[in-house]
Ligand binder design. Structure first.
Ligand code: NAD
Length: 475
């Protein structure tokens, strides 16, 4: 039997873009300008490791510079190639526009399996890659600001920031050259959890919209909803952890690179993560029944499916068997364009990647602003806010004592007096961003009768904003 050909990741993004622009009234020239990737730089560099010179290939793609700096993660994976970074850079453009972070879109990647290298080797490789990018302004606080992605995290971002600072010793804003750094190297509280946290806030907002829930055949709250998650890395772990510990959702399936765990009663996500840390995979973990072919669990019964590992996992081969009524794309591009069509026809509601995983870039934006302002959020106002609240509490206590003889409710005083620190402010800004972006998408979905899904709605909102930026530049 012949299976229809699957478009590449880049083509998938273009197909979805084209579906949206077909409903818009953009001049053809502008449509093309927004769609194309402005530039992709390929670098091959050598690093001497274990007595031998090894050559590595890396990319940094800039999709759109309608706003600068451009922003997007750096991924370390053997699967990295030009088509992939260009697709991811395009998604960054639309994502930033959707959540109103003032950036253009970019993405980078290094073709490497980071698990094969010692820490000091990885540091040498990362620094050399950063050097190659920084000397071409492909890392620069005002032009191009990377962040973590698959296979990279705080440690790599700290190396990149330090490398840039060594090359630009008089740049007072050097720390703003990259986000996702550790706190002691100019990072911000809440960045590590940000993308998973954004998934949680996004789902909460979805569950506040009765019509949207009804479209997926769901009702009630997140409490007790059965969730299957693929990938227990940075994004997947935080999403699953918060949804299960704070919203009462049941994590009934966890799919990892070596197989899956299933348990209808729900699993303790932290216990599974600890097991992965100790053994390298989910096999043998007592939290659930082990299934060797993890991918088949994408097709298991659940209320919400969250692919949070990699692109293209729901494709023409398995889309027809996927039963989840609601899929949230925590990874970038986990559903191919062909699969998207099959799922939509079946009535499945998809919360698209450009919205669902935008928590990372949102908090990266806060980190960049923090670096440029050289001050921690909340440092100036927190105690003043507490002092003002104290005045009110004192007055309430006086009135309660003298006039009614009643006391304030237990816990009220402490909760009210607590001024917001950086973490609270970051979470509040993220929650606000995720709510506003969801409302913009959902409003278009319901207002226009030619829009039948959230992905097209998301593209319409973001392409319109990008087009306005280009028009303002006179293009
Ligand atoms: P990560 O490297 O921390 O985690 C990826 C996880 O997926 C790992 O646990 C890995 O073992 C697992 N995995 C790998 N192959 C798998 C397979 N075939 N089946 C099941 N699991 C598999 O990466 P991450 O940062 O969590 O990123 C995951 C996805 O989220 C990527 O698509 C990335 O582009 C996207 N994303 C990440 C961020 C971020 O802030 N880190 C932001 C936006 C989007």
């Amino acid at each position: 039997m012949n299976t229809p050909a699957e478009p590449s990741f880049r083509q998938s993004v273009d197909i979805m873009f084209n579906r949206a622009v077909a409903l818009m009234d953009l001049p053809p020239g502008l449509e093309e300008k927004i769609r194309v990737c402005n530039a992709t730089y390929t670098v091959r560099f050598g690093v001497r490791l274990r007595g031998q010179l090894q050559t590595f290939t890396g990319y940094r793609s800039v999709h759109s510079e309608h706003m600068e700096p451009v922003k997007g993660g750096i991924r370390f994976s053997l699967g990295v190639h030009q088509d992939e970074v260009e697709a991811l850079a395009a998604l960054m453009t639309y994502k930033c526009a959707l959540v109103e972070t003032p950036f253009g879109g970019s993405k980078g990647g290094l073709r490497i399996d980071p698990r094969l290298y010692e820490e000091h080797e990885l540091e040498m490789i990362t620094r050399r890659f950063a050097y190659e990018l920084a000397k071409r302004d492909l890392i620069n606080p005002s032009q191009n600001v990377p962040a973590p992605d698959m296979g990279t995290g705080e440690r790599e971002m700290a190396w990149i920031a330090d490398q840039y600072a060594r090359m630009n010793t008089t740049d007072i804003n050097a720390r703003a050259c990259v986000t996702g750094k550790p706190l002691n190297a100019g990072g911000i509280q809440g960045r590590v959890e940000a993308t998973g946290r954004g998934v949680q806030y996004g789902l909460r907002e979805f569950f506040r919209h009765d019509d949207d829930k009804a479209a997926a055949g769901l009702s009630g709250s997140l409490d007790g909803k059965r969730i299957i998650i693929q990938g227990l890395g940075n994004v997947g772990y935080h999403a699953a952890h918060f949804l299960s510990t704070e919203d009462g959702a049941l994590i009934t399936g966890i799919i990892e690179h070596d197989g899956a765990l299933i348990n209808d009663a729900g699993m303790n996500v932290d216990a599974v993560r600890d097991h992965i840390k100790e053994t390298g995979g989910v096999k043998g973990c007592s939290q659930g029944t082990y299934v060797k072919n993890g991918a088949e669990i994408l097709e298991a019964e659940c209320d919400i499916l969250i692919p949070a590992a990699m692109e293209g996992v729901i494709n023409l081969h398995n889309a027809a068997n996927v039963k989840a009524p609601l899929i949230l794309e925590a990874a970038n591009g986990p559903i191919t364009a062909g699969a998207d069509e099959i799922l939509r026809k079946r009535g499945c509601v998809i919360i698209p990647d450009m919205y669902a995983n935008a928590g990372g870039v949102t908090v990266s934006y806060f980190e960049w602003v923090k670096n440029l302002s050289h001050i921690r959020f909340g440092r100036l106002q927190r105690r003043q806010e507490e002092a003002r609240h104290q005045v009110l509490v004192d007055e309430l206590e006086r009135l309660a004592g003298t006039e009614t003889g009643q006391k304030l409710s237990p816990g009220f005083k402490e909760a009210y007096l607590h001024g917001a620190g950086e973490l609270e402010l970051v979470r509040s800004g993220l929650d606000d961003t995720m709510r506003a972006a969801y409302q913009a998408m959902s409003e278009v979905w319901h207002r226009r009768n030619d829009v039948h899904d959230l992905r097209v709605a998301a593209y319409l909102v973001s392409i319109d904003r990008v087009a306005k930026s280009y028009r303002a530049k006179g293009l």
